[in-house]
Design a protein around this ligand. Sequence first.
Ligand SMILES: Cc1cc2nc3c(=O)[nH]c(=O)nc-3n(C[C@H](O)[C@H](O)[C@H](O)COP(=O)(O)OP(=O)(O)OC[C@H]3O[C@@H](n4cnc5c(N)ncnc54)[C@H](O)[C@@H]3O)c2cc1C
Ligand code: FES
Ligand code: FES
Length: 479
Amino acid sequence: MTSSNIEFVYQDRIFEIKNPDPNEILLNYIRTKLKKIGSKNGCSEGGCGACTVVLGELKNNEINYKAINSCITFLPTLQGKQLILVEDLISKDGTLHPVQQAMVKYHGSQCGICTPGFVMSLFSMFKQHSKFKDDEIKDSIAGNLCRCTGYQPIIKAAKSLKNKNKTDHFTKNKNNTINLLKKINNRSIVIYNKGKKYFAPRYVQELKKILKKNINANFLSGGTDLSLSVTKERKDISSIIYMNSIKELNYIKNNNKYIEVGASTPLIELESYIEKYYPDFTKILKRYGSPQIRNVATVAGNIATASPIGDCLPLLLSLNAQVVLQDFKKSKILFLDNFFISYRKTKLKKGQFIRSIRIPLFKGNIFKSYKVSKRFDDDISSVCAAFNLEIIKNKVQSTRIFFGGMAEIPKRAVYCEKILSNSLITEETVHKAKKALEKDFTPISDMRASRLYRLEIAKNLLEKCCAEIKQKKLISVYF
Ligand SMILES: Cc1cc2nc3c(=O)[nH]c(=O)nc-3n(C[C@H](O)[C@H](O)[C@H](O)COP(=O)(O)OP(=O)(O)OC[C@H]3O[C@@H](n4cnc5c(N)ncnc54)[C@H](O)[C@@H]3O)c2cc1C
Ligand code: FES
Ligand code: FES
């Protein structure tokens, strides 16, 4: 079934918007059309969390609650989901939700501009986790900024929720919500509105047909990059194909040789899956944007953006990942090594999309990665480094070392690798390998870091990697 109207669940009923503007931003709709002004606009770029709302999505017959930034979400992507705003947390009899009660009790608010966003992030944590540790509390509010209360009262409020009964009015109404979501879950969307087009196919087959006629359309996955051209650059996007509506592309598979990640899989799912294989990959993903960003953003979007400071890129490159590309006729597999051409330019052709990403499993290797940014949470890298080393009997056999933030594309440290290969990791080798990085890279100075700082960091990260390998006694001869 195809429709030009979108339907979503809001306040226990199905809401319909007829032929919406494909570029309309959800926060704008909430504040100006739904006339709910609890969600605030602090930055319009996903950076402050004041606009956080929660979406309920059906997954295995349960509702998956996700905090998202409504300021960088296109309205039509609401199709088939439940929208929950801060106003909806209060029960019909006027009782505050346990999260709101905790914020009041522990004085978690002063001026209040950030408060609705914090409440919604904590609400999503409260609903998603039956138990949560202190780390999960910190992670859940990593995408919310507060300038005046300070974080301690908010963290105390969150900790007090650990022992609270998890049954709230959303739990009591769950079956009704699931039934409503099922009713609206079975349609593809095609919108033509004032010269703008929006497609949300449900199957790859449907996507191919759309592509054949709309070769210049922009793919939209999580929208955490694409939406900023509307919210910050004030541009119109005339033709959009929404990829995250294709459930067929939302998967993580593993055949013992590689992990395959479907293009519409959100980063938050990869973050927990990959920990068992590459704990450092998870460590970097935990510092990637915020939960609001990772709940929707995809690896495919990160690769296609081709930013020199895209966090997944050096990691994937050092793991020798491949991308499966597809157009309306055929598919093709390319090593990521051969995918990036120059600053934000890739080998993706018009009408071609990333279907999946394959991440090889290097069973005996050591994989380490590091991100250095001005702020620990929710900040873009100044430098991101990934080391994939095969070490046998204390000798480095093979290496794949990549850095982000050091060149116009994420780049391999070829000279550095030459020094390390077939060597014992001694103080002298590390010194020479650090020096070789000067030959590998001529980074630029920009607002995130100066040229010299970047180079120094790259050297220090290499040293840190070697020292950690030694510390864990993975080899025994360094220093
Ligand atoms: C607040 C904030 C924090 C951020 N923090 C980080 C960070 O810490 N690290 C980091 O690396 N990035 C960060 N980003 C950047 C952004 O989140 C990433 O680039 C993200 O991975 C983009 O994925 P997406 O699914 O949202 O892509 P989208 O925004 O949907 O798309 C991005 C680009 O990729 C194209 N595209 C999307 N899917 C496909 C596909 N399947 N095939 C072909 N082309 C496709 C789109 O057409 C578009 O050109 C941040 C962004 C924000 C707003
Ligand atoms: S308004 Fe700042 S994250 Fe949305
Ligand atoms: S209460 Fe004022 S910014 Fe958080």
